[in-house]
Design a binder for this molecule. Sequence first.
Ligand code: F6P
Length: 328
Amino acid sequence: MKDIKRVAVFTSGGDAPGMNAAIRAVVRNALHNDLHIFGIQRGYQGMIDGQIRRLETSDVSNIIHRGGTVLKTARCPEFLTPEGRKKAYENLLYNDIDALVAIGGNGTLGGALQFAQEYPDIAIIGLPGTIDNDLYGTDFSIGFDTAVNTAMQAVDRIRDTADSHNRLFFVEVMGRNSGYIALHTGIAGGAGGVIIPEEDMDLEELVKLLKRGTARRKLFSIVIVAEESRMGNVFSLAEQVSKRVEEYDDVRVTVIGHLQRGGSPTAFDRVLASVLGFHAIEALLAGQTNVMVGIRNNQVHHTPLEEAISKPKKPGKELLRMAHILAQ
Ligand code: F6P
């Protein structure tokens, strides 16, 4: 087992609130263990471009409450090529880096796995940093809770205007092909319906659900739609429904979009990110590599990167059943 002395941390892919808290924990625990710690700017792009610099404890002061990522991030097509990964490897060798902590989502950890297979002399620990919460091996990923809270607050506001105008609103939330944000926002926001990619729902069912509400003189409603729902684009869905359910005064669509990615992380995300960042260093010191550090049933859990990115993670059927019942 190689002695770990010089560790580099980076964030990659879509940013997620709480990434800064994770960076802070990685840096502080590394320094606590007398390791040299480096930050790579702009994820894999910075690794290829050699944007690597030494970090001290003061570099991560006053960031725990900030959204985004102080290391910046990027989506990097060049890292998908063997030439790009070779350049990245050479830059790591140049800085004598012997371990990486990669914070990001599916694409980030997939890139880390590919890199690890080609360059096994560099140890890699992944941390789940994505609002989508779609990585297997952790109950929650960094940023998910904040994104849900942001979406829920938006839904609370929409509820006021929907109620005042007797309108039906379709609210699209992010999550790529995962329905976690939609489901949790729907439950927390008291939505009249939730449409997620993991479930087949057809127009008839949705119409029936809404008609149940209008039959008891519920004159407004909010339906949360995951961005990659199988019912198609939220605007065309709204149009189709408006032709079938005429009891509302009007139908409107709100796409919350990137608002969900920004903002100060919730206490939950700060604590989660701190625990995971701290344990990324513990894992490296214990000789672990190619694993994602996550939380399962309140315990720190290591999952091979391969499983984390390939095994399906779906919202529980029971939670979905409950959401539909409570929506009535
Ligand atoms: O993976 C996080 C995420 O916000 C997804 O929910 C969304 O589909 C995607 O990133 C948007 O990516 P971009 O910011 O590159 O448009």
